[in-house]
Design a protein around this ligand. Structure first.
Ligand SMILES: [Fe+2]
Ligand SMILES: [Fe+2]
Length: 294
């Protein structure tokens, strides 16, 4: 397993960023600052949206109970395993999405560039909202756009205003925790949707797309951090993991709190990709192959 908190040499960092850009150009295309879309990703995504997949049989989660629970901190009605799965899916992207929107509001779109890796990180987060909406639609549910909790909003605003050498430490940890939750959701979907092969197939596609992006984001943040910042990131990870999980009580209702935290803190993000659909960023894949050969 790659030690994410090992500092990279300047050459490794530069070559990662070049590899990242080459890969997103190939996979996602060019960013459009007007429509906030990526030229190669958008047509693929529209095709997917035009071919919706729906749960076979009666609705597995009552949409009204689900919508009421989306407004609550602790859910009270849609508390079946699938209901909790859907609540996590409906809430999990709120913080990242809010961060991206606040960043656009604060900084404008001037920085949007095909040579800026952060542009891709931000645009991919916008796709994640649409991907999660598509995932929920398989259950007959819709995604409700809402800001995250007030504590999260404060933290996210602070991160936008903080200088990036500090903010990126926290963002790296949040990306590790986020990627872990998406993997947990995928594993749970395999259990809960085993008798709905078409739905599960779509969920594998959708969460695979997100995981590939999120693992890239973790590595991208790592490439911006030096040895001291990485030490701080490692030290802060348990705290950030706990606050993210506590902010979404349905996570501890569907999974075991301690196990979720342990998995996040293990920070084996490349290992998360083991049985996931989607191509991994080549530089990450090569490093993983070297590790396996060793
Ligand atoms: Fe995301
Ligand atoms: Fe991310």
């Amino acid at each position: 397993m790659i030690d994410l908190f090992r500092a990279q040499t300047a050459a490794e960092r530069t070559s990662f960023v070049q590899g990242f850009l080459a890969w997103v150009h190939e996979r996602d295309g060019m960013p459009d600052a007007q429509t906030l879309t990526l030229s190669k990703r958008e047509p693929r995504f529209l095709e997917q949206e035009a071919n919706p997949i729906r749960w076979n049989g009666p609705a597995p989660v009552d949409p009204e109970a689900y919508n009421r629970d989306l407004e609550r901190y602790v859910p009270q009605e849609a508390t079946s395993p699938l209901g909790l799965w859907a609540l996590i899916t409906g809430k999990i992207n709120r913080a990242e999405r809010f961060g991206v929107e606040f960043g656009f509001w604060f900084n404008g779109h001037k920085h949007v560039s095909d040579q800026d890796p952060r542009t891709y990180q931000e645009f991919q987060e916008l796709y994640h909202t649409r991907i999660l909406a598509d995932a929920l639609s398989t259950l007959g549910l819709s995604l409700v756009h809402k800001a995250p909790s007030s504590v999260m909003r404060l933290l996210i605003r602070a991160m936008t205003l903080l200088p990036s050498p500090i903010a990126n430490i926290i963002i790296m940890d949040a990306e590790i925790a986020g990627a872990t939750i998406f993997k947990l959701l995928l594993e749970k979907a395999r259990e809960l949707m085993a008798d709905q092969p078409e739905v599960l197939n779509r969920i594998e596609d959708l969460l695979g797309q997100i995981l590939v992006d999120e693992v890239g984001h973790v590595h991208l943040m790592r490439s911006t951090l030096g040895p001291l910042q990485l030490r701080i990131a490692k030290g802060l990870l348990p705290q950030i993991a706990k606050s993210m999980v506590k902010d979404n009580p349905e996570i501890s209702m569907l999974f075991t709190f301690d196990q979720v935290i342990a998995r996040m803190v293990a920070a084996d993000v490349d290992g998360l990709m083991a049985d996931v659909r989607g191509e991994l960023l080549p530089t990450i894949a090569e490093a993983a192959a070297e590790r396996d050969a060793a």
